[in-house]
Write a protein that binds this ligand. Structure first.
Ligand code: BES
Ligand code: MN
Ligand code: ZN
Length: 525
């Protein structure tokens, strides 16, 4: 009856609907309130190990030389066909050189990937990652042969896992589900390979996937609270892990005016998230990540073109939490605290202004020259909190901090700053070991003069005066006790790749997860 009245008479509709409307308005909806999808990313191929090639599998041959090896698992006619095809294609076995063939013998497909002259760990990982990308549309199960010993077979598995990553949960009507038929890494030392995979690499693969997902997600999905929810989900039930979250009220009590100032223009609250993994009794390594879930620039608003990339401005936070996940899931004998300094940088009537002065948790004050230099502001309160409450043996911060870093180094190398030679060397070694490259940039004492403020203890940057990346590093260092080893990684540009590379499909790279995982395992105070 009410329904009938409502549809026939507008006045009665207004009367009957009024209480419900008032109720809706009492609970503010942030964003549209309509999630773009409830789907997950499509399932990836599971990865296993064996000593023999499964009968129906497409074959991936990793080759260090252009001659087909004598022990390659091929029938005489498959060998003959393959040799003819490779010589016709001029295959030279250069690193990541690929030849893809169909119609040879009984195999649905044979993909040959070159390993180059150095058929070591990095070459095997990349070749497997390249194969994973080339075989994206393949339906059949896959067998990878030619990696080498057990350790290299496990590397091939990690390479395949990183290369096959996809972010397709929003392709609701245009996507087609990729094959989930298994990948088998084949070789004599399958048992040893399996042990390395389950003991370490599988956790790393999962952590990189976790980190990439967070960075690829739009800012409508990932904001401080949902970043925390995803983290809780990923660490649920993992032994040795504890999670602490500071909301705005808790941060206000601690006078964290610096991180709160960045978030004050957004209806999403700022948060400080700490994930501790205690796998040893040593003092922890603190890893502090910039977690700007969207960086519009704030009142110092960015130009529109390319602004969408700033959905990944939380990649430092995703890297540190990812590294903790990798370490915890592989039960590494280390103690780490990952700190995600989370906020959304938006213009608003209540947003921070250029010229504002903020009080940081340390008690030091800072003058805002541009609200777009927000990363350093969230970091210093996160660093102060972890330094004060956890007494870390060292602090490494990771941030998509400056466009100046991209200008200086591009997107292969991260910019490394530090004033503790032992820690700098350890970060460099971890970069070498994982292939996540770093390049050291200098910290000059005179940067202090550039950042003198007329009204506060320090200014957080300068108007167009170089070096922008160095000034960012100096500002962060100003808040750190010189007795604590500290390094700063500016990963601007490293977090997203515009073109697919063997281990990083187009999009978020998960840069830093593997480097920090390696650093935590190797660095000794
Ligand atoms: N998130 C940006 C830096 C960035 C640039 C990350 C390109 C990834 C790719 C950062 O917050 C920023 O806006 N930095 C300013 C600093 C300046 C105002 C001192 C910049 O680089 O222009
Ligand atoms: Mn910015
Ligand atoms: Zn930023």
């Amino acid at each position: 009856m009410r329904l009938l009245l409502a549809t026939t008479c507008l006045a009665s509709l207004a009367l009957t609907a009024a209480p419900a409307l008032a109720q809706t308005q009492a609970v503010p909806v942030i964003g549209s309130g309509v999630p773009a999808t409830t789907a997950k990313n499509s399932a990836e191929r599971p990865i296993g190990f064996a000593t023999a090639v499964p009968a129906d599998a497409a074959l991936v041959l990793l080759m260090a030389d252009k001659a087909v090896p004598a022990d390659a698992p091929l029938s005489p006619e498959e060998r003959k066909g393959l040799e003819a095809a490779l010589s016709a294609a001029g295959f030279a076995a250069k690193a990541n050189e690929t030849v893809s063939l169909r119609g040879i013998g009984a195999r649905p497909r044979i993909v040959v990937v070159g390993l180059g002259k150095d058929a070591g760990s990095k070459a095997v990982m990349e070749a497997a990652g390249k194969a994973a990308q080339d075989l994206r549309g393949e339906k059949a199960p896959i067998a990878v042969v030619g990696a080498g010993n057990g350790a290299l077979m496990a590397d091939a598995a990690l390479g395949y896992a990183l290369g096959q990553y996809r972010f397709d949960r929003y392709k609701v009507t245009t996507g087609s589900a990729p094959s989930t038929a298994p990948v088998t890494i084949v070789g004599a030392e399958a048992t040893a390979a399996q042990a390395v995979w389950t003991g370490r690499h599988a956790a790393t693969a999962e952590a990189v996937r976790f980190s990439r997902d967070l960075s690829n997600e739009p800012a409508s999905t990932i904001y401080p609270d949902s970043f925390i929810a995803r983290t809780r989900e990923a660490f649920a039930g993992v032994p040795g892990v504890s999670i602490e979250v500071l909301d705005e009220a808790a941060m206000r009590k601690l006078n964290m005016g610096s991180i709160l100032g960045v978030g004050q223009g957004s209806p999403r609250g700022s948060r400080l998230l700490l994930v501790t993994y205690k796998g040893s009794e040593a003092a922890p390594l603190a890893m502090v990540g910039k977690g700007i879930t969207f960086d519009s620039g704030g009142i110092s608003i960015k130009p529109g073109s390319g602004m969408w990339r700033m959905k990944a401005d939380m990649s430092g936070a995703a890297a540190v939490v990812g590294a903790a996940l990798s370490l915890a899931k592989s039960k590494a004998p280390v103690h780490v605290v990952a700190v995600a300094a989370l906020a959304e940088n938006m213009p608003d009537g209540n947003a921070q202004r250029p010229g504002d002065v903020v009080r940081t948790m340390s008690g030091k004050t800072a003058e805002i020259f541009s609200t777009d230099a927000e990363g350093r502001m969230v970091l210093v309160d996160g660093i102060e909190y972890v330094a004060a409450t956890r007494k870390p043996a060292a602090i490494v911060d990771v941030a998509t901090l400056t466009g100046a870093k991209v200008t200086a180094l591009g997107d292969e190398y991260a910019g490394l700053f530090g004033r503790h030679e032992g820690l700098v060397a350890a970060v460099q070694a971890a970069g070498e070991a994982t292939g996540e490259a770093v390049w050291r940039l200098p910290l000059h004492p005179n940067y202090a003069d550039d950042l003198k403020s007329d009204v506060a203890d320090i200014k957080h940057g300068t108007e167009g005066v170089p070096p922008g990346a160095g000034h960012g590093a100096h500002f962060i260092g100003f808040f750190i006790d010189p007795a604590t080893p500290w390094a700063h990684l500016d990963i601007a540009g490293n977090e997203m790749s515009d073109a697919a590379k063997p281990l990083t499909p187009k999009g978020a790279t998960g840069y830093g997860v593997r480097l920090l995982d390696q650093l935590a395992r190797t660095w000794k105070p």
